[in-house]
Design a binder for this molecule. Structure first.
Ligand SMILES: [Fe+2]
Length: 424
């Protein structure tokens, strides 16, 4: 039987089936193993809310030897019962306490980052230089909070008010860049550089009139011209600031370029754009779509992801898929390859912010249909993981057969078996 327990309650001999939180939060390459004494310090120090153990495959929750239990029982018999407060540390309340603490921490960071970014942008508007030490200190705080719970920080940032958008959009893009760079396995220094690039990418907006920035209606041609100047203006500001990394300069200048060459300011396309610039474009658009603006209401994260996946040619598909993985959000209907060597379809997610569900229906190695199975993809990929986007053509399947309804009614399996029988 599986149990979720706090990391400090893990004992040698227990069989670990997985970890709570993101797979990035624990140092173990494998998430299923028998605990040895040398694992304990790493488990306790890891930033994870709980550990999943399986007592049918290892030591259970009552790991004390019988002699020790007898000794405790005897001691209890001899000691008169005394009323004392009951401290419950079951997994559910532990999870809740941790979520509350994470949310509190995220709110605090968003509040202080708003002050820092208002001051930084305000000084730039007055023609002063960016105080790099102040913004890098903020990046470090975001890195530390993302390590703990990127999801919570992004949820809090999404609630930004319209008049806070310019400042907190920078913090949100910083957070998304850090989360994505960690997901892509970048080292610590690079993760910080991506974060700084996100934080400063829109610094050139300080050259735009505030009335235009917050205008609810459409922009006229000269206003639009001002807006389109902001990447170059920001680049000039950062060039005047000592020690700004090249990556931040690049993302600032090119975050409105598109891989099909239809962006601005230089209409660069494909490989002419650095990976950092392509990542910057994805994080920038995602946050813009999922925020309330003067002229539109916020989209749900899954709606934004689905639209960005549909807008072929705008974003690097490989990096956009990595972005989806880093957030654990996938558009319903997307056909995916699972780590278990199965093909599946991402299902509609009715509950907000819940884990993605996939209907697995085809075995890749065997090249044949399987009994459909609904898999919920956990953050730590303990049960299964989405490893790539795929298409019916890749497996010689008919697109019209690959719908959840047809698969669940058994139509897909019947058609595939009939086709296999004809080939035999
Ligand atoms: Fe921008």
């Amino acid at each position: 039987m599986e149990h979720r327990i706090p990391p400090e309650e893990v004992k040698p001999g227990m069989y670990v089936r997985g970890f709570g939180g993101s797979w990035l939060d624990h140092p173990f390459f494998l998430s299923k193993f028998v605990v040895k004494p040398e694992h304990l310090p790493k488990i306790v120090q890891a930033d994870i809310p709980y550990v999943v153990i399986d007592d049918s495959r290892g030591v259970g929750l009552r790991a004390d030897p019988p002699a020790a239990r007898d000794h405790v029982a005897a001691a209890l018999r001899e000691t008169p019962p005394r009323p004392r407060p009951v401290v419950r540390r079951d997994a559910a309340s532990y999870d809740q306490n941790r979520r509350d603490a994470d949310r509190e921490r995220a709110r605090g960071l968003v509040k202080s980052s708003l002050v820092t970014m208002r001051r930084t942008f305000g000084e730039v508007r007055l023609g002063r230089a960016v105080r790099l030490s102040e913004v890098t200190a903020l990046v470090d705080e975001v890195v530390a909070t993302v390590e703990r719970s990127p999801r919570t920080l992004l949820e809090v940032l999404r609630l930004k008010k319209k008049d806070e958008y310019t400042y907190l959009h920078s913090v949100a893009v910083c957070t998304l860049m850090i989360n994505l760079a960690r997901h892509l396995g970048r080292d610590e220094d690079q993760v910080r550089e991506y974060g700084l690039a996100g934080l400063l990418h829109d610094i050139g907006k300080m050259g735009i009139d505030e009335t235009i920035l917050n205008k609810p209606g459409g922009l006229d041609e000269s206003e639009f011209g001002q807006v389109r100047r902001h990447p170059e203006h920001g680049h000039e500001i950062l060039l005047r600031t000592a020690n700004v990394p090249r990556l931040a300069l690049d993302v600032c200048l090119h975050h409105h370029e598109r891989v099909d060459g239809k962006g601005y300011p230089h209409r660069l396309s494909g490989e002419a754009l650095s990976e950092a610039a392509r990542l910057g474009a994805i994080c920038d658009v995602y946050d813009a779509l999922t925020s309330d603006r003067a002229y539109k209401a916020a989209w749900q994260p899954v709606e934004a992801i689905a639209a960005m996946w549909r807008w072929e040619g705008q974003f690097d598909r490989r990096l956009l898929f990595a972005f989806m993985q880093s957030l654990g959000i996938f558009p319903p209907g997307l056909m995916v390859r699972l780590r278990s060597n199965r093909v599946g379809l991402v299902l509609e997610n009715r509950r907000r912010n819940s884990r993605p569900r996939v209907l697995a229906f085809y075995a890749i190695r065997e090249g044949e249909p399987i009994v459909p199975e609904e898999v919920t993809i956990a953050d730590n990929f303990a049960n299964d993981g989405i490893v790539a986007a795929t298409s019916p053509e890749e497996w010689g399947l008919a697109a019209e057969d690959c719908t959840p309804e047809f698969i669940l009614k058994g139509g897909f399996q019947r058609r595939q078996r009939a086709a296999l029988a004809m080939q035999a």
